[in-house]
Ligand binder design. Sequence first.
Ligand code: NAP
Length: 293
Amino acid sequence: MNASQSHSDLTVLGLGAMGSALARAFLRAGHATTVWNRTAERAAPLAEAGAQIAPSVASAIEPSRLVVVCLLDYQSVEDVLRPVATALDGKTVVNVTSGTPRQAQRLADWAAENGIGYLDGGIMAVPSMIAGPGSEILFSGPRELFDRAEPALAALGPVTYVGADPGAAAARDLALLGAMYGMFGGLWWAQALARSHAVPDRELLPMAGDWLRAMLATADNDGGGANAEVESSVQMQAAGFAYLLEAGKDAGIEPGVLAPVGELLQRAVAEGHGTRDVSVIVDLLSEADPVAR
Ligand SMILES: NC(=O)c1ccc[n+]([C@@H]2O[C@H](COP(=O)([O-])OP(=O)(O)OC[C@H]3O[C@@H](n4cnc5c(N)ncnc54)[C@H](OP(=O)(O)O)[C@@H]3O)[C@@H](O)[C@H]2O)c1
């Protein structure tokens, strides 16, 4: 790093697909940005985009008060940050690496013990969506840290503060990803069934989007599964579900993620919830034996 560039608005550690997208967004927004990546060659395109390339983690964090970390997992975050704890004293680490609420809490505790400000983030986007429409990044940790970092973080697109609990962003991130994977599992089955009946994706997908959006409005039974108005009962849904599996079998399509959903509906009926709203299944899942989780 040369003397004329001894000050940086922020640092990005990790230049994988996502870290590179974040660094580019900061640069486009006019932030002086220092970057580091374990595999140095991966940093070259960022140098062309105007980033200052640091040869080590220590030299990367030295010029910035805000250090954005985007690595593969929490193990790599700990491997990278722990050796430079002293140098991070007084700075703010914004960790947008995906992980669990417990991992976020653990890193926040470590940061607090070392005088390091800590914000945890969950990125609800793929790299090409960063700083564009449809993306959102969730942040949790001390409100004052977020308020101070927000003007810089806003370069990444819409950012939302979700609470002081360090794990608050990860909890939402993982809940949304769970919803995505479950829905995608259903969608993959739907595409296979639709194709077997000559229904192309371009017809199915807009219909699926409208349908899912409309049905989501019926899913808000927060804490009220037992009292929700019963419009379509569990037993009705369990009976109707059998047609999906039958049609799939007729078309030679594996049931995939649908089979366990059918089993949950059957279980709810067997446990005496047949006349209740289907949201009772949220309660069934939440009652799982913690040891078996
Ligand atoms: N890509 C997405 O669509 C997306 C979306 C939302 C959230 N995220 C999250 O963003 C994070 C990064 O994802 P990505 O897509 O950028 O992954 P990626 O392209 O696989 O990059 C992983 C990064 O982690 C670094 N790394 C891995 N192990 C390391 C270690 N032990 N020490 C130092 N550096 C290490 C890699 O360095 P090298 O280059 O040296 O291997 C690379 O910079 C993940 O937590 C991911 O869940 C990604």
